[in-house]
Ligand binder design. Structure first.
Ligand code: TEU
Length: 535
């Protein structure tokens, strides 16, 4: 039974609620807008995308300093998005279509406007003082340690009123909760129960890897390799030994799992960063009593030349090898924090071709695929005039507005009937046009997802990479109960002559990026071509 759980075989689609569909004419997306678009996501037929679950970036009340990742009330809905009644309706309408609902749980920090923090800040003797991380300055007045916030700048803010620093791993407006205080943990567990009682099916857990810090709050060592800092900013100048992946977070994950297991078939996916061994630790080891999934992020770090068969295979095999027995992989091509996929691999203008191979990869590998809204039509980063930029992360690192722009439904946008909160990109890229075009990226996504839905091999089957193919090609089989599917992908711009080993005799061409392939043993794989063959 445990083989056939929805969060293993299903495709999870991430919606950035501000940018999916505006229903009330304020230029900001909302929950009613999402309800109007549910049939696009899955109406039960291959005319729709066919996804199984939606993960919503935060929908809770928030002053929106970090666009909802600064929560001021965990148990309500931000008025920009709707109200609780609308959330209930959304859950009901989604469930009618067999779509599960995953909310974004933000445990590491609250908003500085959260009543808990307002109380905590009011006095050193406040009963909630210890709900956050307050410390005295060093003797000379400087912050307690050298930690840098994820968006840059010191991770400590001086509070004039109470003469102490508080920790904020992100913005000043995002004070870190103190998960070492059992009251905090209990309150946050109750947030999970609150939403599960309302029918929510799971949680994406924000910044899971930082909820507990090294108790001594020691200094982080400098990062010798400065390359990554050029992309993500100052935070990558340190090795986060003391404020990330601290070992006892895994036990906190186990306790979260226990709460979630009070309800049937719920799931959790943690946002964690680190080497494969650090990521898979969140699954809880051989017992698998930690999180159900922890994000496997290497694909979102692929820029330019890293899009090559060897690199991609290494990352896939590395994660497979690191997983504890019975652990389930997952793959992520994009999200609201990283450049759009095509933008990352468009150095020679062939990014759109690569997006087709990437779709085939994402949807045929073993593991839960995460699709970021707009990826299925090939939305790219949108160049936004300086004055319209909104993401505060841009101050020290890279702003994330370009990958958060409104969903492009029609030639005119179709997201809102007023000025959208962020500008559209190139509107020749839109759902309506791609629905009419059988060769579009959207059509390919639909075919891949529906093929996957009907194939136990693709959903649950064993993964076996194929050795001995020419450089530039990556191939693997997926097999379940004698049903075997082979994927052959060309990561280069050049033709590759493929001669499959004798043991792999194709009986049927299933699906291709360049039209339905023949069931051939030897064939020429065009540049950026992918083929799926039944063996
Ligand atoms: O992201 C955590 C995180 O580490 C990334 O934000 C990364 O450092 C940053 O995007 C670099 O540009 C999560 C959310 O996904 C993100 O949107 C939030 O801003 C952040 O947590 C704070 O809640």
């Amino acid at each position: 039974m445990s083989e056939y759980l929805w969060w293993k075989h299903g495709v999870i689609y991430q919606i950035y609620p501000r940018s999916f569909q505006d229903s009330d004419g304020n230029g900001i997306g909302d929950l009613r807008g999402v309800i109007e678009r549910l049939d696009y996501l899955n109406d039960g037929t291959p005319r729709s995308l066919g996804i199984d679950a939606i993960w919503f970036s935060p929908t809770f009340p928030s002053p929106m300093h970090d666009f909802g990742y600064d929560v001021s009330d965990y148990e309500d809905v931000h008025p920009d998005f709707g109200d609780m009644a609308m959330m209930d309706r959304l859950i009901e309408e989604a469930h009618k279509r067999g779509i599960r609902v995953i909310l974004d749980f933000v445990p590491n920090h609250t908003s500085s406007h959260h009543p808990w923090f307002i109380e905590s800040r009011s006095s050193p003797d406040s009963p909630k003082r210890d709900w956050y991380v307050w410390r005295d300055p060093k003797p000379e007045g400087s912050p307690p340690n050298n930690w840098i916030g994820a968006f840059g700048g010191p991770a400590w803010e001086w509070d004039q009123g109470t003469q102490q620093y508080y920790l904020h791993s992100f913005l000043v407006q995002q004070p870190d909760l103190n998960w070492r205080n059992p009251e905090v943990e209990r309150a946050m567990h109750n947030v999970l129960r609150f939403w599960m009682d309302r029918g929510v099916d799971g949680f994406r857990i924000d910044v899971m890897d930082r909820i507990l810090k090294a108790p001594a709050l020691g200094d982080n060592p400098p990062q010798p390799n400065r390359e990554w800092a050029k992309i993500v900013g100052q935070t990558a100048l340190q090795v986060h030994d003391h404020d990330q992946n601290w070992p006892d977070i895994i036990d906190a994950a186990r306790r979260i799992r226990k709460v979630v297991d009070e309800y049937p078939e719920r799931m959790t996916v943690g946002e964690v960063f680190g080497a494969p061994a650090q990521i898979v630790a969140y699954y809880g080891g051989e017992q698998l009593d930690g999180l159900h999934l922890a994000f496997n992020f290497p694909f979102v770090r692929i820029y330019a030349n890293r899009w090559n068969a060897e690199h991609v295979r290494k990352r896939v095999d590395g994660f497979e090898a690191a997983l504890p027995a019975g652990g389930w992989p997952n793959h992520v091509l994009g999200n609201h924090d990283v450049d759009r996929f095509i933008t990352r691999v468009n150095h020679d203008g062939r990014g759109r071709e690569r997006a087709r191979v990437a779709a085939m990869l994402l949807l045929t590998l073993r593991g839960t695929p995460f699709v970021y809204y707009g990826e299925e039509i090939g939305m790219e980063n949108v160049a936004i005039p300086e004055a319209q930029l909104q993401d505060p992360a841009r101050i020290y690192g890279r702003g994330r507005d370009p990958e958060r722009t409104p969903m492009q439904w029609t030639r005119d946008g179709g997201f809102t009937n007023v000025e959208p909160w962020l500008p559209y990109g190139d509107l020749s890229v839109n759902v309506e046009a791609q629905e009419r075009d059988g060769d579009s990226l959207l059509s390919l996504y639909r075919r891949l997802i529906w093929l996957r839905r009907g194939s136990d091999a693709l959903r649950f089957g064993a993964y076996r990479p194929i050795d001995g193919l020419p450089e530039g090609a990556y191939a693997y089989t997926r097999e379940q109960d004698g049903d075997r599917v082979l994927a052959v992908l060309n990561f280069t711009n050049d033709d590759i002559a493929i001669a499959l080993p004798d043991a792999l005799r194709p009986s049927e061409g299933l699906l291709g990026t360049h039209g339905t392939p023949e069931a051939a043993q030897r064939f020429t794989l065009k540049g950026n071509e992918g083929r799926l063959l039944r063996i």
